[in-house]
Design a protein around this ligand. Structure first.
Ligand SMILES: Cc1cc2nc3c(=O)[nH]c(=O)nc-3n(C[C@H](O)[C@H](O)[C@H](O)COP(=O)(O)OP(=O)(O)OC[C@H]3O[C@@H](n4cnc5c(N)ncnc54)[C@H](O)[C@@H]3O)c2cc1C
Length: 376
């Protein structure tokens, strides 16, 4: 039996960042079921930093994370973690009023400006102009380098003496004499604190530990990458959304990533795209843009896992001693990682919310696994 101070289950961005932060406090085993970290949600995101997206709790966290991503610690990454992208929300003819909801999200630090249909057509030259009656532009939306972020956290964990174990699915969990005894593949581990950062599997791991589930629902989201119209360089164009929601398109160097923004309830698994979802999306893309899909696009799907109030769940379980939750990041988990890792390190070591985060209105009560909005 190998002894640690903390066992972190799941080496996606949530577990990797938490393990790095906890390794400042003690010996950490970061335990991953797959052959390598990042094979589930973390490796399947849209890689966007969207500080004006989500409910109030998510926004406070995402805005605070921007500080880390803009100026990461020395040696965290050789490359910048954020790069300008911008986002353009388009209103179809007759739907101009829907832009008001988008513009209401603006604040002094994250402005969103109305732009004319003509300007929007220049910014998003691959969209058919007949779909653009009015538009709002948000410059603060950024591309995130998810691989660099994830590797940065894994490296920090390793440099602080942490242990990463892959091909180590946590199957058996027992609380004996104030420690968790964990069988993870061929590894027998023990630690007083276990951090559940297993993404879509959060309630599965909790059930194995005898903890009450928090009601996590993994929701499938589909993505495809199509080639831009012939001769058009889209690599610096903004993300395109339509007011009133629906599919979005993210131009990038490798093509245009498109997603129907689907949220189909699913189960924890290696989720794959549904052929019909892809076909419907291809049809939508061809009708709304000058893209012609000549060959089968690259496709994938991933799980975004939510609890009922769509805020993350971070904190000790009220009934299962030493069982710490770090789940429910939904569609924001990459953005949230630096802040939720700090919160985890503070609370899992018996401390309080870091003062700078508390000043921003991020409270332990809003994240707690026994908060009233989850029971509802
Ligand atoms: C299409 C799509 C677009 C998205 N776009 C964005 C975006 O633009 N910006 C953003 O911030 N977020 C985005 N997200 C959300 C983001 O990807 C997730 O919130 C984030 O990756 C969650 O990370 P995680 O580490 O909690 O989960 P995961 O990356 O899923 O990691 C959990 C890990 O736990 C492991 N595990 C599970 N059970 C066990 C066990 N019993 N033992 C050991 N290991 C176990 C799994 O193998 C997995 O590796 C998007 C997601 C999708 C699907």
């Amino acid at each position: 039996m190998s002894g640690f101070d903390f066992i972190v289950v799941g080496a996606g961005v949530s577990g990797a960042s938490a393990a790095a932060a906890l390794a400042e406090w003690g010996r950490v085993a970061l335990v991953e079921a797959e052959d390598a970290p990042g094979m589930h949600s973390t490796g399947r995101s849209a890689a966007l930093y969207t500080p004006n997206y989500g409910g109030p709790v998510a926004r406070r966290i995402n805005i605070a994370s921007g500080i880390f991503y803009t100026s990461p610690p020395e040696g965290f990454s050789d490359a910048p973690l954020l790069a300008p992208r911008g986002a353009l929300t388009l209103a179809r003819p007759g739907q101009e009023a829907l832009l008001d909801e988008v513009l209401a999200n603006a604040n002094v630090r994250h402005p969103i400006e109305r732009v004319t249909a003509a300007r929007a057509s220049e910014l998003a030259a691959f969209i058919r102009p007949e779909f653009i009656a009015d538009a709002a532009y948000e410059a603060g939306v950024m591309d995130m380098d998810v691989a660099a972020i994830h590797q940065g956290f894994l490296r920090a964990h390793r440099q602080r003496g942490g242990t990463l174990l892959c091909r180590a699915p946590v199957e058996n969990l027992r609380r004996v004499g104030g420690v968790w005894q964990v069988q993870a593949g061929r590894h027998a581990l023990e630690a007083p604190v276990l951090v559940n950062a297993s993404g879509a599997w959060g309630d599965v791991v909790a059930a194995r530990a005898g903890a009450r589930p928090v009601g996590l629902v993994p929701k499938r989201r589909t993505a495809i990458v199509v080639e831009p119209p012939a001769g058009m360089d889209v690599s610096r164009m903004p993300v395109i959304e339509f007011a009133g929601h629906g599919p979005y398109m993210k131009p990038q160097a490798s093509g245009i990533m498109c997603s129907p923004a689907d949220e189909t309830p699913d189960v924890p698994r290696d989720v794959q795209p549904d052929d019909m979802d892809v076909a419907v999306l291809v049809d939508w893309v061809e009708r709304h843009s000058f893209v012609t899909v000549r060959k089968a696009p690259r496709t994938w799907a991933g799980l975004r896992s939510f609890v009922t109030d769509a805020a993350p769940v971070v904190g000790f379980d009220p009934a299962a001693e030493g069982f710490f939750w770090l789940v429910g990041q939904g569609g924001f988990g990459i953005m949230m990682a630096p802040v939720l890792a700090r919160v985890t390190a503070a609370l899992a070591t018996g401390g309080a919310m870091p003062a700078d985060l508390a000043e921003r209105g991020i409270t332990a009560a809003d994240l707690a696994p026994d908060r009233p909005s989850l029971a509802a």
